[in-house]
Design a protein around this ligand. Structure first.
Ligand SMILES: Nc1ncnc2c1ncn2[C@@H]1O[C@H](COP(=O)(O)OP(=O)(O)OP(=O)(O)O)[C@@H](O)[C@H]1O
Ligand SMILES: [Mg+2]
Length: 406
């Protein structure tokens, strides 16, 4: 019993307190351990909402990427099927061969070919256009095709744009060239007309605007300057303009005389140029052509013959009526004006045919408004630098200071 009591006492004093302390310290250690875990878990628990949101976002993005991937995969497969099933536009018939020789540079040949090819085409085009041109263009069309003697050529008289007493001034070089051309025409007219005095010529042309009045006034002026007693008759009783160009009057004129309304003295008027007289066209009359063909007209010419060295008659165009034919038969000599680039060859040829049946001499053609090239220089009489100049006064042509009637 005692031993049991001692053992109990020992247990109470030593074993139990020791065990109790050990148990207490173990429990304390466990408590501390659990406390740490509880703290860690509660931290984790606090982070759970943010992670859950992030996770949901990532899941959604992954889902979208997966859908996109699937779609792309599907499209890729469709495209492959389409490529495999379609027939290609281009098929390779010959496999490319590796060149064995160095390639030659053909660019110069291509450029030369293009240059000469386009030049050739342009020339063919120009020739075709030229051939198709219905106007008088070259002297050979007058001499060979129409069979006319070329009496001379007058170039274009340009305006300088400088205003003068008579409107715009003319270019001095042109005036010199025109004056020389007119001298040549006068010489050839005299030669073609023959020695009969006076030189009596009707000047006409196929159509209006060919330059009949311009040339007849200036040819008459040139003759007058050469000292010949010259009379210019405006036989264009329909639209005569010579009185205006020579500062004269229209009435009383030719038709007034032919109607017996006035005398010869009243219709012959002086011009601003010496030895140069004018008969204006007179009153416009519906029976003008009959008046021209009347005995009074031939009587008038007979009377005038003895008073002048040169009588020129300007007339209406051949296309306008029989007037030029009547006048041509009265004077028995006719000169035809053809304006380059203007007069139509077909009209001229048809009018020539009619003229050839009449009792008159076609002295030849006067080419008007010719360009400086194209074979015309052979028919003109002008060389720059060779103008006839008055040494004393420096004046180039004409005693009155106005070398032309323009
Ligand atoms: N060589 C030339 N250079 C410059 N102008 C010119 C030339 N020849 C004629 N002209 C001008 O052309 C126009 C027509 O000339 P003109 O009146 O002499 O022709 P036409 O044949 O008499 O005409 P119509 O049949 O109508 O009487 C005029 O204004 C004239 O000045
Ligand atoms: Mg006229």
């Amino acid at each position: 019993m005692q031993r049991l009591a001692e053992q109990i006492a020992t247990l109470q004093r030593q074993a139990i307190p020791t065990l109790t302390r050990a148990l207490v310290s173990e429990l304390a250690a466990r408590e501390a351990e659990f406390g740490r875990r509880v703290a860690a878990d509660s931290r984790n628990l606090r982070e759970i909402p943010a992670r859950a949101i992030e996770e949901a976002r990532l899941r959604r993005a992954a889902g979208l990427a997966e859908t996109l991937y699937t779609t792309l995969q599907q499209r890729y497969q469709e495209a492959r099927v389409e490529v495999a099933s379609s027939v290609p536009d281009v098929r390779v018939l010959d496999a490319a061969a590796v060149p064995q020789r160095a390639v030659k540079n053909r660019a110069p040949q291509v450029i030369l070919f293009a240059f000469f090819g386009s030049l050739g085409l342009a020339m063919i085009g120009a020739v075709l256009v030229d051939r198709g041109d219905p106007r008088v263009r070259y002297p050979y069309q007058v001499s060979r095709e129409m069979g006319l003697t070329i009496l001379g050529a007058v170039p274009h008289l340009r305006l300088t744009g400088v205003p003068g007493r008579h409107g715009n001034e003319r270019s001095p070089e042109d005036i010199a060239a025109v004056v020389e051309g007119l001298r040549g025409i006068c010489l050839n007219l005299v030669y073609a007309h023959g020695a009969t005095v006076p030189l009596l010529v009707t000047i006409t042309s196929p159509e209006p605007g060919d330059g009949k009045s311009f040339l007849s006034a200036n040819i008459a002026h040139t003759f007058a300057q050469g000292g010949h007693r010259t009379l210019l008759i405006d036989g264009d009783i329909r639209r005569g303009v010579l009185h205006r160009r020579l500062n004269g009057r229209r009435r009383p004129g030719l038709t007034d005389f032919l109607q017996g309304e006035t005398s010869l003295d009243t219709i012959v008027q002086a011009t601003p140029y010496p030895a140069f007289s004018l008969i204006g066209c007179g009153v416009r009359a519906y029976n003008g052509p009959e008046l021209l063909g009347s005995a009074a007209m031939s009587q008038l010419l007979t009377t005038l013959r003895s008073s002048y060295d040169v009588i020129l008659i300007d007339s209406p165009p051949l296309a306008a009526g029989v007037d030029p034919l009547i006048l041509g038969m009265l004077t028995q000599s006719l000169a035809l004006v053809l304006r380059t680039g203007y007069s139509r060859r077909e009209v001229a040829a048809s009018k020539l045919e009619a003229l050839q049946r009449l009792p008159l001499r076609l002295l030849g053609a006067i080419l008007n408004d010719v360009p400086p090239r194209g074979g015309y220089p052979y028919y003109s009489y002008y060389l720059p630098g060779y103008e006839a100049v008055d040494e004393e006064s420096g004046r180039r042509s004409g005693p009155t200071g106005r070398p032309l009637v323009a």
